[in-house]
Design a protein around this ligand. Structure first.
Ligand SMILES: Nc1ncnc2c1ncn2[C@@H]1O[C@H](COP(=O)(O)OP(=O)(O)OP(=O)(O)O)[C@@H](O)[C@H]1O
Ligand SMILES: [Mg+2]
Length: 356
């Protein structure tokens, strides 16, 4: 069993606190994705799990065993980095076998394990090539192969696909999803890519400045963000935020108003929304529709519209100067400066206290 438990984990470099008390339980076989802005501590956390950074405070357990003071080698983890350090003078076979070679495995054992990894990664025909004779995606697979042959219980990936172009990323993303199903191993994966996070994860952990902002299943976070940060972080384009005035609150319902909108009644979902205060209304770009139905109505002008073929992304400015993005799931033409009225279903809007 290789569940991974982080309890009260802290990391400081001298006086600089980088990880400020993180609790995460990752189940055996779970695919857990860490996301968050640059510098929030994703790599540091991963390196602490790998044993490449020591832990200032807290406990880290893998498979029920506290591993704070256990060497990286004995933790049973395999790590794949963004800049896949594969050796240019070695063949694919030698590169994949590298970890086994230094731990003194027999030739037969090496052969069998390399063959097995190559089969899983569909690169049996490439074993005798050198890295210079491979595409970027194939090189990345070599790096993954090197982790696979060591049969780790836990795979750690630090932005493994960020050096690849868009098409290759998509292929490799699917490969990694497949790999997870085949190996049934626990995987912890750091990425900046929304799509990777949403599609690969069983559980997403959103980090900010060394703290967990929220964690849960992708759709749970997407539909029920607990705070403004998570609401704005997940989803592309990002959720729109409108500063609204709270006219009335009754039970779970708050009536709010904005200069470019008729008053609407929103569900507070139990948040502390106070009558007479300001609050923030969150509207995902795809929840707005031109000429649709719904009691919410916002009015503005189109500044730019990007036609992507399958969808149109319109950048609008509302009467009071607020910017708003709306996406339409079809090709649409908006003449510049066209005045538009967009409707939304208030049940789909979010409402947060102004302080997030
Ligand atoms: N040796 C160090 N001494 C002091 N601060 C450090 C050290 N290493 C990292 N940091 C700081 O720790 C913070 C977290 O770094 P980390 O590399 O974990 O971020 P990240 O979330 O992986 O960011 P990115 O998305 O850019 O890779 C950063 O603010 C960084 O400046
Ligand atoms: Mg990083």
């Amino acid at each position: 069993m290789a569940d991974v438990n982080l309890k009260g984990l802290r990391k400081s470099y001298g006086a600089v606190d980088v990880i400020k008390g993180v609790d995460i339980d990752i189940r055996d076989g779970e695919f857990c994705v860490f996301v968050g802005p640059s510098g929030c501590g994703k790599s540091t956390l991963l390196r602490m799990i790998a044993g490449l950074e020591d832990i200032t405070e807290g406990t880290l357990s893998i498979g029920g065993r506290v591993v704070n003071d256990i060497t990286p080698k004995e933790r049973g983890v395999g790590m794949v980095f963004q800049s896949y350090a594969i050796f240019p003078h070695m063949t694919v076979r030698e590169n994949i076998a590298f970890g086994l070679t230094i731990s003194g495995a027999s030739k037969a054992e090496k052969n069998a394990k390399v063959q097995e990894a190559a089969r899983i990664l569909q690169m049996e025909h490439l074993l005798d090539r050198r890295p210079s004779q491979l595409s970027g995606g194939q090189r990345q697979r070599v790096a993954i192969g090197r982790a696979i042959v060591r049969k780790p219980n836990v795979f750690l990936f630090d932005e493994p696909l960020s050096n690849l172009d868009a098409a290759l990323r998509m292929d490799m993303r699917m490969e990694i999803g497949k790999l997870h199903r085949q190996l049934d191993a626990t995987m912890i994966y750091v990425t900046h890519d929304q799509v990777e996070a949403m599609t690969l994860a069983d559980k997403i952990v959103v980090l900010k400045e060394g703290r967990v902002m929220q964690m849960g299943a992708p759709m749970d976070l997407y539909h029920n963000p607990e705070n403004l940060f998570v609401a704005g972080f997940l989803g592309a384009p990002s959720m729109n935020f409108l500063n609204v005035d709270v006219l009335e609150v009754q039970g779970q319902e708050a009536k709010v108003t904005h200069p470019a909108m008729d008053p609407v009644v929103l569900n507070t979902r139990g948040r502390a929304i106070i009558k007479g205060s300001r609050a923030v209304m969150g509207l995902r770009p795809q929840y707005l529709s031109a000429g649709g139905t719904g009691s919410g109505l916002v009015e503005g002008k189109v500044v730019v519209a990007e036609r992507l073929g399958s969808e149109t992304v319109a950048d609008l400015v509302l009467r009071d100067g607020t910017n708003l993005i709306a996406t339409f799931s079809e090709d649409r033409v908006f003449p510049p400066d066209e005045a538009v009225s967009l409707r939304f279903n208030p049940a789909e809007a979010h409402l947060f206290p102004a302080d997030g």
